[in-house]
Write a new protein. Structure first.
Lengths: 303, 1037, 117
């Protein structure tokens, strides 16, 4: 295939994902506001935020790593997204998924997180490493149930290839992993709560404790880059979950509906519960979801 | 050719004449005295030469013109002359050592000394039982009298206890002699037929034997000996420990044919019991001479049991085992007792005075190494063969006890050694130079070395390559006066030449490890160019270690492999010990390594013999190791690779070693354990036994990975953090080996190679930082990115490579590992590995953040980039990492073919795309995409970001004020406090506590048992009487 | 002969009992001497043959029948040597006691146990 066409497809795919991701973010902000009894910002508020941040006349930098932090973050979001086949059967949205399998995606998620952590670290603000320490610790704990769920899926489909996994779920709702391997999906969905960092797991950005944590020193275009990535990366995670557990999508509207519904789980729980203390959160992930994850492996390999 | 009876005649005659000669001046009497002693040595040496080289048959000397049994006859054969040579030699050297005393003391001391030597000669040569009694008494009485050569209350009371104990023993001996005569009608050993004896006759023999055995100081009837060792002048102590013991053990050897088999077995066990308890009790001992006393009685016990258990073995084995233990004990003990007399410090903690005297320190070290049974000293070979013999005889319990006791011995000897070398108290006084004392000690060490070389050359036919590690040490030691840079260049050349020399290796697995060991070492060696002064002794041991790595690969037999393994242990121990506060670290390392080595001895002893003439790594594929052997070998190798449970040496050793040594230990030394484990695996997959041991090894590896990652996250010390990280990474490697599949082994080898590169780079980076900041505590640093950007880049790439974040090579490892685990069906293990890989982000971020990011400390404002010698090797490794990241085929292809020898390939390689049964990975494409997704946002950001203003430190707003102190702003100390809190009771260092408690218990037991030595002479007699009674009842005639 | 043999053993046991029960250094040595003497008596007794003469070839013995007429000479020879050696040991022990007494002014063995463990 012509590499140029491939790149053009990728650009289209990325833009769609960013737009959808940001819109989702707007919708969610609206939902939260209504739950709180506020009117809330317009749905396109995330776009306005990005434009505003880019419009700043001056941006403050603390050094090269600080400068590169948002780049790593956005690069991580881009890469994660680009290694996932978004829509089953679509060439435009196949991205670069032939470069690797599920493991690649799981590890590429860390690329942005690590880079961002380094950039934030150079900012020198104590809240940044505090937030990062919380974030890394929490990440390591929810990664355990998530990886168990992924292993269960790999056992189930005898593959780590995302396209293969999606293909195996085609042909009816009962073929979804959700129904064929429910424990894995429960474990993974609980992990997703941690990944999305909504309450009760909003340790990293915890506005009342360590005001927005790692990105505290980010400003201007740096912040805008991070905000853009928030849309893309959010979409990428949801797409990944959709592919693994909810039968994937064969066209764009299905993808949008499914990702919205998956996101809604986090939102509902986030709107209902207050925040955990860090150690409560860590313990939580190491207990119930981990046990469910182990059950899912036992379930899938023996039943 | 002098008739050996003249030894006795001349000594006796001179003894009587000396008091007259002395009237003409002490000079003359001393001349005569030393001439006689020298004469004795030469006569015996001459005979030994005749017996061994010329093949003269055993000499029998009849006295009084009659033949035996009518007269007393003497016999001098190969054994007699061998024992006598060493006894006389040590006698002579000890006399030289004592020359100052002899000049000042009464002439009777000289006479007594001469009589003592005469007594030993007679004791060894005579074949008549009553004559043995007479010589024994001559020996004893002269020894009793000599105990008070330095007269003080301690030596007097010890001498008195010695005398009554000896008196009781000889009373029983005499009783035995008389009744043996009564029942057999004969006193000559040749003419007593043990088979014709009645039950009463056996009792007579028993009395005879037990009396001699008591003189050999069995536990617990040996309190008197300890007191003597502690209090008597060092020169005499070494005579008692060596000359007397040699004579008495030979008497025991002579009467052995008379003893019934069950009594011999009891004695053999009693020897082992003595060895065990004396070493256990030695653990608690602080007094240097008494410590040597404990070691001495222990070694005698071992020697007795060796003598008994080798009875029916071929001659060559007896030579190596009994001769080896004999010489080893003799030489080491004589030398060490002499050194105690030179140093003149009672408490072993006061021996720091020795560290200023390098020459003496080296002698001390060599003697301790020899006593601990390390190569190339005779004790090493003896232990190897002895354990092998016992294992083949299925005496596993005895093997266990002997090895455990040896371990105790190693613990207290090396505690002493490390406490001496690493003593940090300020020492004003110097050890006075006394030529005679130094001379004797030097000669004995020289003899020990010569014997070692002779044994290697003639008994085992070793080639030059096997000596090479030692030769390297010696050559570099001789060149120690030249600046360290030149030595570094020479060493680099030597490593290159060595690599070239071993290069055509038999298979590619060897080549692969050769690259890790030799090429990796060579690059790491560049970092040592930064050493400023002479760095005496450093390069010798470094080369020794590197050559030993190589020798592991080319070793053809178990023994060659084990020899290289032990050389590796010795050299790495010494390198670790060079660290400033490395006493505890090096001691722990030595203890665990020794324990591992003992397991290897037994494991190899159990292994079937090799048939082919290939390297062990190759030929092991053809044999099937028994289960027990596999387990022992695996534990032994896993100790070296720092697996969970036996890992506690690892952080200490890595952290406390000098900063340019740590990369060798972490990046390369640990791989020796991996190599060993892989070797077992090779044998295992070719001949799969029923018991699936590797399943459990796999779990251990997995748990090592997760525990190591957690421990690393909670460290404040950068090197300890990296050390635990190594532990964790090697856990992955061990687990992947345990999978025993094609993909698993590729993962293991891939990760080994990768780990070698990134851990070397990281440790060298930390070395550079330590060189500039003089601290390893990460919270004392911060913000160094602006001062040391090159080092920062190394650490950045290093941590990305460890973490497994694409596109760097680490991801390849993760991909391979998870694929292989899931493919194998080890799902839960894979889950734990995922978890540990996520936890590893904690420590990796901590490492880079607390050192390089955050707030710069004021004291580091003017710090410079690390020296160029640290930068060069780092970047070589970085280039390596980048190369295999970009082009993974560079390594995956060869590994595919290497592992293809052992398993059918399960992966398909198409261009840069690697497909397993589960998924695929295209490293090259990932790299390109990553570059793309990095460059695009960067370009966008630069486009949108119109005016970037870089601000200075502290230009942040924190809690509504501008912070001013980096200490209060830099988040570093106890960074993951919340995680530790979340772990609760799981965060306790239980394994450390386990080992700590075990050590406490061992010491408590030792302390408990040594209370039987009340110091009361009467109690000692009671012990002896009870001992005799108890042994009699056990024998049950 | 049996009687002397038993006597010898009794002395040996008395001597050992003395060595173990007496605290005084001199008495311990006396115990040792008694035990030693017991041994000597044992040696002599086993060489003794009833109704025979001393093993000295003089007019009292017919040289051709000497072997039947004299007692076994070897134990006699042994005992002489043993006595000499016993004497030497005893003397040496006593001299140690003298020196010890000079240093510490005590003859109790309990006062000489600073070397232990």
């Amino acid at each position: 295939m012509n590499i140029l066409i491939k790149i053009i497809y990728a650009i289209i795919s990325v833009i769609v994902a960013i737009v959808w991701g940001l819109t989702l973010g707007g919708i969610v902000r609206k939902i939260y506001a209504r739950v709180h009894g506020r009117y809330g910002p317009p749905i396109w508020q995330p776009f306005l935020d990005i434009i505003k941040s880019h419009g700043k006349r001056v941006s403050i930098s603390h050094g090269i790593m600080f400068y590169l932090g948002p780049v790593f973050r956005f690069g991580g979001g881009l890469g994660t997204y680009l290694f996932i086949p978004v829509i089953y059967g679509s060439t435009v949205f196949a991205n670069f998924s032939m470069a690797g399998d599920l493991l690649l995606v799981m590890y590429f998620i860390f690329f942005g997180q690590l880079g961002m952590a380094l950039g934030a670290g150079e900012g020198g603000h104590p809240y940044s490493p505090l937030g990062i320490a919380r974030g890394l610790s929490q990440m390591s704990t929810f990664e355990l149930p998530f990886s168990l769920a992924v292993i269960a899926v790999a056992i189930q489909y005898n593959s780590l290839n995302i396209t293969t996994i999606v293909a195996a779920q085609q042909g009816g709702i009962l073929n979804w992993t959700l129904f064929t391997n429910p424990f894995a999906v429960i474990a993974a969905m609980i992990s997703l709560l941690g990944m999305n960092m909504h309450s009760p797991f909003s340790l990293v950005l915890a506005p009342q404790e360590i005001p927005i944590g790692p990105p505290i020193e980010m400003n201007g275009s740096f912040l805008a880059t991070l905000q853009t990535n928030r849309g893309l990366f959010g979409a990428a995670k949801l797409v990944l979950f959709m592919n693994l557990f909810f039968g994937g999508a064969t066209n764009l509207p299905i993808m949008m509906i499914k990702t919205f519904l998956i996101y809604l789980v986090s939102v509902i729980i986030g709107a209902s519960f207050p925040r955990f203390r860090p150690e409560q959160s860590f313990r939580f992930f190491l207990k119930w979801p981990t046990i469910i994850g182990i059950i899912s492996i036992i379930f899938i390999s023996y039943f | 050719m002098v008739n050996p009876i003249y030894i006795i005649i001349l000594s006796l005659a001179t003894g009587f004449l000396l008091s007259i000669i002395d009237k003409a001046g002490r000079k003359l009497s001393l001349t005569v005295f030393y001439s006689v002693l020298t004469f004795n040595v030469f006569v015996v040496a001459d005979w030994l030469y005749r017996f061994t080289v010329l093949g003269v048959s055993t000499l029998t000397i009849n006295t009084a013109g009659f033949k035996a049994p009518l007269s007393i006859n003497l016999q001098l054969g190969i054994y007699e002359s061998f024992v006598l040579l060493f006894a006389n030699l040590v006698g002579l050297l000890s006399a030289i050592y004592l020359i100052k005393k002899f000049k000042e003391s009464n002439i009777s001391s000289l006479i007594l000394y001469l009589i003592l030597i005469m007594g030993v000669n007679g004791l060894v040569m005579t074949r008549d039982l009553f004559n043995i009694f007479v010589f024994l008494e001559i020996l004893s009485i002269s020894t009793y009298a000599l105990t008070i050569l330095t007269k003080n209350q301690k030596s007097l009371s010890a001498g008195f206890k010695y005398m009554i104990a000896g008196g009781v023993a000889s009373t029983f001996f005499l009783l035995g002699v008389v009744f043996v005569y009564y029942f057999s009608g004969n006193l000559n050993l040749e003419f007593i037929d043990p088979n014709s004896l009645t039950n009463y006759g056996v009792i007579a023999i028993f009395l005879l034997a037990i009396a001699v055995f008591i003189e050999l100081k069995p536990f617990p009837a040996n309190g008197w000996a300890l007191d003597v060792y502690e209090s008597v002048d060092s020169g005499i102590t070494s005579v008692i420990a060596v000359v007397n013991s040699a004579g008495i053990i030979f008497v025991f050897y002579k009467i052995m044919p008379l003893l019934p088999q069950n009594l011999l077995n009891i004695f053999g066990i009693a020897g082992v019991v003595t060895f065990f308890f004396s070493n256990l009790m030695g653990l608690k001992q602080q007094n240097a001479k008494r410590l040597l006393g404990y070691s001495s009685i222990g070694q005698m016990g071992l020697l007795v049991s060796a003598l008994i258990f080798t009875m029916n073995s071929p001659n060559k084995l007896i030579y190596v085992i009994v001769g080896g233990f004999f010489i080893n004990h003799l030489i080491a003990k004589a030398g060490l007792f002499w050194i105690t007399g030179i140093v003149k410090k009672e408490k072993i903690n006061d021996w720091g005075i020795l560290k200023e005297n390098k020459f003496l320190l080296i002698l001390f070290g060599l003697l301790l190494f020899s006593l601990s049974g390390l190569p190339p000293f005779p004790g090493f070979w003896a232990k190897w063969e002895f354990i092998k013999l016992l294992v083949h005889g299925k005496m596993f319990f005895v093997v266990g006890v002997i090895l455990l006791s040896s371990l105790f011995e190693v613990i207290y000897l090396f505690r002493w050694f490390t406490a001496t070398v690493k003593n940090d108290s300020e020492i004003e006084e110097k050890i006075p130079f006394q030529f005679a004392k130094y001379f004797s000690t030097t000669v004995i060490v020289g003899i020990s070395l010569i014997i070692s070389v002779l044994m290697m050359r003639f008994v085992y036919n070793f080639q030059t390559i096997h000596y090479l590690p030692i030769i390297a040490v010696i050559i570099i030691y001789l060149l120690d006066f030249i600046p360290s840079k030149i030595k570094a260049i020479l060493s680099l050349g030597a490593v290159g030449a060595y690599g070239y020399y071993i290069y055509p290796l038999e298979n590619n697995l060897q080549l692969f490890f050769g690259i890790i060991f030799i090429v990796g070492s060579a690059i790491n060696l560049i970092a040592t160019f930064n050493r400023k002064k002479l760095s005496k002794g450093f390069y010798g041991f470094l080369l020794m270690m590197i050559f030993s790595f190589g020798n592991l690969l080319v070793a053809k037999t178990y023994l060659e492999f084990f020899l290289a393994w032990e050389f590796m242990t010795i050299s790495s121990f010494i390198l670790i010990m060079r660290g400033k506060r490395a006493q505890k670290a090096s001691l722990l390392y030595m203890i665990f390594s020794t324990a591992g080595a003992y397991l290897l001895i037994v494991g190899f002893a159990l292994a079937p013999s090799l048939v082919s003439n290939s390297a062990l790594m190759v030929s092991i594929a053809k044999i099937q190791l028994p289960i027990l052997s596999t387990i022992l070998l695996a534990i032994g190798f896993m100790i070296k690779s720092g697996s969970l449970g036996v890992h506690i040496w690892l952080p200490e050793a890595h952290a406390e070693a000098e900063s340019d040594v740590s990369p060798f230990i972490s990046a390369i030394l640990l791989k020796a354990g991996v190599l060993g484990l892989l070797m077992i695996g090779i044998s295992y997959v070719n001949n799969t036994p029923t018991f699936n041991m590797f399943y459990w090894i796999g779990w251990i590896g997995v748990l090592t990975a997760i525990v190591g990652a957690f421990l690393a996250s909670f460290q404040e010390d950068a090197k300890r953090l990296l050390a635990y990280s190594s532990m964790s990474q090697v856990g992955y490697i061990v687990a992947s080996i345990a999978i025993l599949s094609h993909l698993g082994w590729i993962s293991a080898l891939y990760l080994s190679f990768n780990h070698m590169m990134f851990k070397s780079a990281l440790f060298i980076a930390i070395a550079g930082i330590y060189y500039r900041t003089h601290t390893r505590k990460m919270y004392e640093m911060g913000g160094l990115i602006k001062k040391m950007p090159l080092t920062y880049i190394t650490v950045l790439i290093g941590i990305i490579a460890i973490s497994g974040v694409p596109p760097l090579s680490g991801f390849g490892a993760k991909w391979l590992i998870y694929s292989s685990f899931i493919e194998k069906g080890w799902y839960l293990q894979a889950g734990v590995l995922f978890f540990s890989s996520a936890v590893s982000f904690l420590y990796l971020y901590r490492l880079i953040h607390t050192i390089f990011l955050g707030q710069l400390k004021y004291e580091h404002q003017n710090i410079k980039e690390a020296p160029i010698w640290f930068i060069i090797p780092q970047y070589i490794f970085i280039i390596g990492i980048m190369a295999i990241s970009m082009f993974p085929n560079l390594i995956i292809q060869p590994l595919n073919s290497i592992v293809g020898h052992y398993f059918n390939s399960t992966i398909a390689i198409d261009g840069y795309n690697i497909t397993s049964s589960l998924g695929n990975w295209n490293g090259n494409m990932v790299m390109l995409v990553t570059m793309g997704v990095f460059i695009v946002p960067l370009a966008l950001l630069m486009l949108f970001n119109r005016k970037v203003q870089t601000v200075k430190q502290f230009n942040i707003v924190y809690a509504a004020e501008r912070p001013e102190s980096p200490q209060t702003t830099h988040v570093a100390h106890n960074m993951y406090a919340h995680f530790r809190k979340a772990l609760g009771g799981w965060g306790k260092p239980r394994i450390w506590e386990f080992w700590h408690d075990s050590a406490e218990w061992a010491h408590t037991f030792g302390d408990f048992f040594r209370r039987i030595y009340t110091g009361n002479g009467q109690t000692y007699i009671l012990h002896i009487i009870l001992y005799i009674v108890v042994i009699y009842f056990i024998m049950g005639v | 002969m049996i009687f002397t043999l038993i006597l010898g053993f009794v002395l040996l046991l008395i001597g050992i009992y003395g060595m173990l029960s007496q605290r005084n250094l001199i008495k311990i040595i006396i115990g040792f001497s008694i035990a030693d003497t017991g041994i000597h008596i044992i040696i002599v007794s086993i060489g003794y043959l009833r109704n025979r003469t001393a093993p000295i070839l003089n007019s009292a013995v017919d040289i051709s029948k000497a072997v039947q007429q004299v007692v076994d000479p070897i134990p006699s020879a042994l005992v002489l040597t043993a006595i000499v050696i016993g004497l030497a040991v005893t003397a040496l022990m006593l001299s140690f006691v003298v020196e010890l007494y000079k240093k510490r002014k005590s003859l109790s063995i309990d006062d000489y146990q600073e070397l232990k463990w």
